[in-house]
Design a binder for this molecule. Structure first.
Ligand SMILES: *[C@@H]1O[C@H](CO)[C@@H](O)[C@H](O)[C@H]1NC(C)=O
Ligand SMILES: *[C@@H]1O[C@H](CO)[C@@H](O)[C@H](O)[C@H]1NC(C)=O
Ligand SMILES: *[C@@H]1O[C@H](CO)[C@@H](O)[C@H](O)[C@H]1NC(C)=O
Ligand SMILES: *[C@@H]1O[C@H](CO)[C@@H](O)[C@H](O)[C@H]1NC(C)=O
Length: 279
Protein backbone atom coordinates (compact mmCIF):
# COMPACT_ATOMS: atom_id res chain seq x y z
CA UNK A 1 0.00 0.00 0.00
CA UNK A 2 2.71 2.43 1.06
CA UNK A 3 4.65 1.71 -2.14
CA UNK A 4 1.62 2.50 -4.25
CA UNK A 5 1.05 5.88 -2.58
CA UNK A 6 4.73 6.76 -2.79
CA UNK A 7 4.68 5.97 -6.48
CA UNK A 8 1.63 8.19 -7.07
CA UNK A 9 3.14 10.98 -4.96
CA UNK A 10 6.41 10.81 -6.80
CA UNK A 11 4.65 11.17 -10.13
CA UNK A 12 2.87 14.41 -9.17
CA UNK A 13 1.12 14.44 -12.52
CA UNK A 14 -1.08 17.49 -12.01
CA UNK A 15 1.56 19.77 -10.43
CA UNK A 16 4.07 18.85 -13.14
CA UNK A 17 1.66 19.85 -15.86
CA UNK A 18 0.71 23.04 -13.96
CA UNK A 19 4.30 24.20 -13.59
CA UNK A 20 5.06 23.41 -17.23
CA UNK A 21 1.95 25.29 -18.26
CA UNK A 22 2.76 28.36 -16.19
CA UNK A 23 6.25 28.40 -17.66
CA UNK A 24 4.65 28.31 -21.10
CA UNK A 25 2.32 31.16 -20.17
CA UNK A 26 5.22 33.37 -19.04
CA UNK A 27 6.93 32.89 -22.37
CA UNK A 28 3.65 33.43 -24.18
CA UNK A 29 3.72 37.17 -23.42
CA UNK A 30 6.32 37.65 -26.12
CA UNK A 31 5.41 34.66 -28.24
CA UNK A 32 2.73 33.59 -30.64
CA UNK A 33 -0.12 31.22 -29.80
CA UNK A 34 1.56 28.70 -32.06
CA UNK A 35 4.68 28.79 -29.89
CA UNK A 36 2.61 28.34 -26.76
CA UNK A 37 0.97 25.26 -28.16
CA UNK A 38 4.36 23.85 -29.14
CA UNK A 39 5.73 24.50 -25.65
CA UNK A 40 2.79 22.66 -24.15
CA UNK A 41 3.42 19.66 -26.35
CA UNK A 42 7.13 19.71 -25.47
CA UNK A 43 6.27 19.98 -21.79
CA UNK A 44 3.87 17.07 -22.07
CA UNK A 45 6.49 14.97 -23.87
CA UNK A 46 9.00 15.92 -21.18
CA UNK A 47 6.55 14.73 -18.53
CA UNK A 48 5.57 11.50 -20.25
CA UNK A 49 8.94 10.51 -21.73
CA UNK A 50 10.59 9.34 -18.47
CA UNK A 51 7.58 7.12 -17.81
CA UNK A 52 7.68 5.63 -21.27
CA UNK A 53 11.41 4.98 -20.92
CA UNK A 54 10.77 3.48 -17.48
CA UNK A 55 8.06 1.22 -18.82
CA UNK A 56 10.31 0.00 -21.64
CA UNK A 57 13.18 -0.67 -19.24
CA UNK A 58 10.87 -2.57 -16.87
CA UNK A 59 9.58 -4.73 -19.73
CA UNK A 60 13.16 -5.45 -20.89
CA UNK A 61 14.48 -6.30 -17.44
CA UNK A 62 11.45 -8.46 -16.59
CA UNK A 63 11.85 -10.37 -19.85
CA UNK A 64 15.55 -10.91 -19.19
CA UNK A 65 14.83 -12.02 -15.63
CA UNK A 66 12.18 -14.52 -16.71
CA UNK A 67 14.47 -15.86 -19.43
CA UNK A 68 17.38 -16.25 -17.02
CA UNK A 69 15.33 -18.10 -14.39
CA UNK A 70 13.75 -20.26 -17.06
CA UNK A 71 17.18 -21.26 -18.35
CA UNK A 72 18.31 -22.14 -14.83
CA UNK A 73 15.22 -24.19 -14.07
CA UNK A 74 15.42 -26.03 -17.34
CA UNK A 75 19.07 -27.14 -17.03
CA UNK A 76 19.44 -30.90 -17.54
CA UNK A 77 15.76 -31.60 -17.24
CA UNK A 78 14.01 -29.29 -19.61
CA UNK A 79 13.09 -32.02 -21.99
CA UNK A 80 11.34 -34.46 -19.71
CA UNK A 81 9.74 -31.91 -17.41
CA UNK A 82 7.74 -29.87 -19.89
CA UNK A 83 5.23 -32.66 -20.44
CA UNK A 84 4.40 -32.58 -16.72
CA UNK A 85 2.82 -29.17 -17.01
CA UNK A 86 3.93 -25.57 -17.16
CA UNK A 87 4.32 -25.20 -13.40
CA UNK A 88 6.35 -28.40 -12.96
CA UNK A 89 9.75 -26.72 -12.75
CA UNK A 90 8.46 -24.16 -10.24
CA UNK A 91 6.36 -26.58 -8.17
CA UNK A 92 9.11 -27.19 -5.66
CA UNK A 93 8.55 -27.45 -1.93
CA UNK A 94 10.86 -27.60 1.06
CA UNK A 95 11.25 -31.03 2.67
CA UNK A 96 13.52 -32.11 5.48
CA UNK A 97 15.25 -35.43 4.90
CA UNK A 98 15.33 -38.00 7.66
CA UNK A 99 19.05 -38.51 7.84
CA UNK A 100 19.47 -39.98 11.28
CA UNK A 101 21.63 -43.10 11.11
CA UNK A 102 19.53 -45.47 13.15
CA UNK A 103 16.14 -44.13 12.03
CA UNK A 104 14.22 -46.98 10.49
CA UNK A 105 12.56 -46.44 7.12
CA UNK A 106 10.34 -48.39 4.74
CA UNK A 107 13.21 -48.35 2.27
CA UNK A 108 15.96 -49.43 4.64
CA UNK A 109 17.08 -52.90 5.63
CA UNK A 110 16.72 -55.48 6.83
CA UNK A 111 15.07 -56.70 3.63
CA UNK A 112 11.52 -58.01 3.74
CA UNK A 113 8.49 -58.25 1.51
CA UNK A 114 7.30 -54.88 2.85
CA UNK A 115 10.60 -53.22 1.93
CA UNK A 116 10.46 -54.72 -1.57
CA UNK A 117 6.88 -53.50 -2.00
CA UNK A 118 7.88 -50.01 -0.89
CA UNK A 119 10.63 -49.87 -3.52
CA UNK A 120 8.38 -51.39 -6.18
CA UNK A 121 5.76 -48.71 -5.57
CA UNK A 122 8.33 -46.12 -6.68
CA UNK A 123 9.09 -47.71 -10.04
CA UNK A 124 6.26 -48.78 -12.33
CA UNK A 125 7.27 -51.71 -14.50
CA UNK A 126 5.64 -50.45 -17.69
CA UNK A 127 6.45 -48.03 -20.48
CA UNK A 128 4.50 -44.93 -21.39
CA UNK A 129 3.28 -43.15 -24.52
CA UNK A 130 4.74 -39.74 -25.42
CA UNK A 131 2.83 -37.67 -27.98
CA UNK A 132 4.64 -36.54 -31.13
CA UNK A 133 4.35 -32.88 -30.04
CA UNK A 134 5.95 -33.70 -26.68
CA UNK A 135 8.57 -35.88 -28.28
CA UNK A 136 9.79 -32.97 -30.44
CA UNK A 137 10.89 -31.07 -27.31
CA UNK A 138 13.00 -33.91 -25.96
CA UNK A 139 15.98 -33.59 -28.30
CA UNK A 140 16.01 -37.37 -28.29
CA UNK A 141 17.09 -39.63 -31.14
CA UNK A 142 14.86 -38.92 -34.11
CA UNK A 143 14.64 -42.66 -34.68
CA UNK A 144 13.10 -43.19 -31.23
CA UNK A 145 10.79 -46.23 -31.41
CA UNK A 146 7.31 -45.29 -32.56
CA UNK A 147 4.14 -46.89 -31.26
CA UNK A 148 2.59 -48.84 -34.06
CA UNK A 149 -1.09 -48.15 -33.45
CA UNK A 150 -3.72 -45.56 -34.41
CA UNK A 151 -2.80 -43.18 -31.58
CA UNK A 152 0.91 -43.24 -32.41
CA UNK A 153 3.56 -41.41 -30.41
CA UNK A 154 6.80 -42.73 -28.96
CA UNK A 155 7.85 -45.17 -26.26
CA UNK A 156 9.42 -43.75 -23.10
CA UNK A 157 9.88 -44.11 -19.34
CA UNK A 158 10.86 -41.57 -16.70
CA UNK A 159 14.56 -41.40 -15.88
CA UNK A 160 13.65 -41.19 -12.17
CA UNK A 161 12.27 -44.72 -12.28
CA UNK A 162 15.42 -46.01 -13.94
CA UNK A 163 17.57 -44.41 -11.25
CA UNK A 164 15.46 -45.73 -8.40
CA UNK A 165 15.66 -49.19 -10.00
CA UNK A 166 19.41 -48.80 -10.19
CA UNK A 167 19.73 -47.73 -6.55
CA UNK A 168 17.48 -50.56 -5.44
CA UNK A 169 19.69 -53.04 -7.34
CA UNK A 170 22.79 -51.69 -5.60
CA UNK A 171 21.10 -51.93 -2.21
CA UNK A 172 20.02 -55.53 -2.89
CA UNK A 173 23.62 -56.58 -3.55
CA UNK A 174 24.42 -55.66 0.06
CA UNK A 175 22.05 -58.39 1.26
CA UNK A 176 23.27 -61.42 -0.77
CA UNK A 177 21.69 -63.94 1.63
CA UNK A 178 18.21 -62.47 1.18
CA UNK A 179 18.50 -61.81 -2.57
CA UNK A 180 20.23 -65.14 -3.10
CA UNK A 181 19.18 -65.83 -6.70
CA UNK A 182 20.33 -62.37 -7.77
CA UNK A 183 23.56 -62.95 -5.91
CA UNK A 184 24.07 -66.35 -7.56
CA UNK A 185 23.44 -64.84 -11.02
CA UNK A 186 25.94 -62.05 -10.37
CA UNK A 187 28.55 -64.56 -9.22
CA UNK A 188 28.09 -66.58 -12.38
CA UNK A 189 28.19 -63.53 -14.66
CA UNK A 190 30.76 -61.19 -13.11
CA UNK A 191 31.36 -59.21 -16.34
CA UNK A 192 27.68 -58.51 -16.77
CA UNK A 193 27.35 -57.69 -13.07
CA UNK A 194 30.18 -55.16 -13.19
CA UNK A 195 28.95 -53.68 -16.43
CA UNK A 196 25.50 -53.13 -14.91
CA UNK A 197 26.83 -51.81 -11.64
CA UNK A 198 29.31 -49.48 -13.34
CA UNK A 199 26.57 -48.19 -15.62
CA UNK A 200 24.28 -47.64 -12.68
CA UNK A 201 26.82 -45.81 -10.52
CA UNK A 202 27.91 -43.68 -13.44
CA UNK A 203 24.31 -42.68 -14.18
CA UNK A 204 23.74 -41.72 -10.56
CA UNK A 205 27.01 -39.77 -10.52
CA UNK A 206 26.00 -37.78 -13.62
CA UNK A 207 22.57 -37.09 -12.19
CA UNK A 208 23.92 -35.92 -8.83
CA UNK A 209 26.42 -33.67 -10.57
CA UNK A 210 23.75 -32.40 -12.96
CA UNK A 211 21.52 -31.41 -10.05
CA UNK A 212 24.49 -30.04 -8.07
CA UNK A 213 22.45 -29.92 -4.87
CA UNK A 214 23.65 -26.88 -2.97
CA UNK A 215 21.87 -27.83 0.25
CA UNK A 216 24.26 -27.71 3.20
CA UNK A 217 24.95 -30.29 5.86
CA UNK A 218 25.55 -28.50 9.15
CA UNK A 219 27.34 -29.86 12.23
CA UNK A 220 26.25 -30.33 15.81
CA UNK A 221 28.14 -31.19 18.94
CA UNK A 222 27.43 -34.69 20.11
CA UNK A 223 27.53 -35.86 23.71
CA UNK A 224 30.84 -37.43 24.71
CA UNK A 225 32.50 -36.50 21.40
CA UNK A 226 35.28 -33.98 20.81
CA UNK A 227 34.54 -33.45 17.11
CA UNK A 228 31.43 -31.86 15.60
CA UNK A 229 29.06 -34.36 13.96
CA UNK A 230 27.28 -33.90 10.61
CA UNK A 231 23.53 -33.40 10.85
CA UNK A 232 21.95 -35.09 7.82
CA UNK A 233 18.45 -33.87 8.65
CA UNK A 234 18.84 -31.23 5.97
CA UNK A 235 16.03 -29.25 4.40
CA UNK A 236 15.99 -29.74 0.63
CA UNK A 237 13.93 -28.33 -2.21
CA UNK A 238 11.94 -31.20 -3.64
CA UNK A 239 9.80 -31.87 -6.67
CA UNK A 240 6.67 -33.96 -6.44
CA UNK A 241 7.70 -37.54 -7.23
CA UNK A 242 4.09 -38.71 -7.09
CA UNK A 243 3.36 -36.58 -10.15
CA UNK A 244 5.64 -38.88 -12.17
CA UNK A 245 3.70 -41.90 -10.96
CA UNK A 246 0.36 -40.26 -11.80
CA UNK A 247 1.51 -39.21 -15.24
CA UNK A 248 2.82 -42.70 -15.99
CA UNK A 249 -0.50 -44.20 -14.97
CA UNK A 250 -2.28 -41.84 -17.39
CA UNK A 251 0.04 -42.78 -20.24
CA UNK A 252 0.52 -46.45 -19.45
CA UNK A 253 1.28 -48.66 -22.44
CA UNK A 254 -0.14 -52.14 -22.16
CA UNK A 255 0.56 -55.17 -24.22
CA UNK A 256 3.67 -56.41 -25.89
CA UNK A 257 5.65 -53.86 -27.84
CA UNK A 258 6.77 -55.72 -30.88
CA UNK A 259 8.67 -54.47 -33.88
CA UNK A 260 6.19 -53.38 -36.60
CA UNK A 261 5.86 -55.93 -39.38
CA UNK A 262 4.80 -53.64 -42.22
CA UNK A 263 7.04 -50.61 -41.60
CA UNK A 264 10.81 -50.48 -41.99
CA UNK A 265 12.62 -49.32 -38.84
CA UNK A 266 16.07 -47.80 -38.32
CA UNK A 267 18.14 -50.19 -36.21
CA UNK A 268 21.19 -49.48 -34.06
CA UNK A 269 24.08 -51.59 -32.86
CA UNK A 270 24.57 -49.25 -29.89
CA UNK A 271 22.14 -46.62 -28.68
CA UNK A 272 22.84 -43.35 -30.54
CA UNK A 273 24.32 -40.37 -28.66
CA UNK A 274 23.68 -37.89 -31.46
CA UNK A 275 19.94 -37.30 -31.92
CA UNK A 276 20.49 -37.13 -35.69
CA UNK A 277 22.55 -40.31 -35.97
CA UNK A 278 21.05 -42.84 -38.37
CA UNK A 279 23.31 -45.78 -37.53
C1 LIG B 1 12.67 -26.56 -23.27
O1 LIG B 1 11.27 -26.72 -23.25
C2 LIG B 1 10.57 -25.73 -23.96
C3 LIG B 1 9.08 -25.96 -23.73
O2 LIG B 1 8.71 -27.28 -24.08
C4 LIG B 1 10.98 -25.79 -25.44
O3 LIG B 1 10.31 -24.78 -26.14
C5 LIG B 1 12.49 -25.59 -25.55
O4 LIG B 1 12.90 -25.74 -26.88
C6 LIG B 1 13.20 -26.59 -24.70
N1 LIG B 1 14.64 -26.31 -24.69
C7 LIG B 1 15.57 -27.28 -24.82
C8 LIG B 1 16.98 -26.82 -24.70
O5 LIG B 1 15.30 -28.47 -24.99
C1 LIG C 1 10.68 -38.30 8.72
O1 LIG C 1 10.55 -37.51 9.87
C2 LIG C 1 9.34 -36.80 9.94
C3 LIG C 1 9.41 -35.93 11.17
O2 LIG C 1 9.78 -36.68 12.29
C4 LIG C 1 8.18 -37.77 9.95
O3 LIG C 1 6.96 -37.05 9.93
C5 LIG C 1 8.24 -38.64 8.72
O4 LIG C 1 7.24 -39.63 8.77
C6 LIG C 1 9.58 -39.31 8.66
N1 LIG C 1 9.65 -40.09 7.44
C7 LIG C 1 10.15 -41.30 7.40
C8 LIG C 1 10.17 -41.95 6.06
O5 LIG C 1 10.61 -41.86 8.38
C1 LIG D 1 18.89 -44.34 17.88
O1 LIG D 1 19.98 -43.98 18.70
C2 LIG D 1 19.65 -43.14 19.80
C3 LIG D 1 20.94 -42.74 20.50
O2 LIG D 1 21.79 -43.84 20.66
C4 LIG D 1 18.67 -43.88 20.72
O3 LIG D 1 18.31 -43.03 21.79
C5 LIG D 1 17.42 -44.24 19.92
O4 LIG D 1 16.55 -45.00 20.69
C6 LIG D 1 17.81 -45.06 18.68
N1 LIG D 1 16.62 -45.23 17.85
C7 LIG D 1 16.36 -46.38 17.21
C8 LIG D 1 15.13 -46.39 16.36
O5 LIG D 1 17.07 -47.36 17.31
C1 LIG E 1 20.39 -31.42 -28.81
O1 LIG E 1 21.45 -32.34 -28.61
C2 LIG E 1 22.62 -32.05 -29.32
C3 LIG E 1 23.60 -33.19 -29.08
O2 LIG E 1 23.86 -33.39 -27.73
C4 LIG E 1 23.16 -30.72 -28.86
O3 LIG E 1 24.32 -30.39 -29.60
C5 LIG E 1 22.10 -29.64 -29.07
O4 LIG E 1 22.57 -28.43 -28.55
C6 LIG E 1 20.83 -30.04 -28.40
N1 LIG E 1 19.79 -29.08 -28.71
C7 LIG E 1 19.04 -28.50 -27.77
C8 LIG E 1 18.02 -27.57 -28.29
O5 LIG E 1 19.18 -28.72 -26.60
Amino acid sequence: MLGKYQLLDGRKPSSDIESSSSQGLLEAESASIHHRAQNRVTAKVKTILPWVVHAILIVISTTLFVLSTRNKQCLCENASTSILGKDWSTRISPRRFNGTFNLSSTFKGPPSQAVDEAWDSLMPQYLIRIKESEFRNLNASKYTAEIDDAEGGRIAIFESFHMIHCLNGLWQTTYPEYYSSLHAYNQEHPDEFHEHTDHCVDMLRQKLMCDADGALITYNWQKNHYYPHPNFNVQHRCRDYSRLLEFSEERRLDGALLRPEEKAVVEFEEMPFDPDAAS
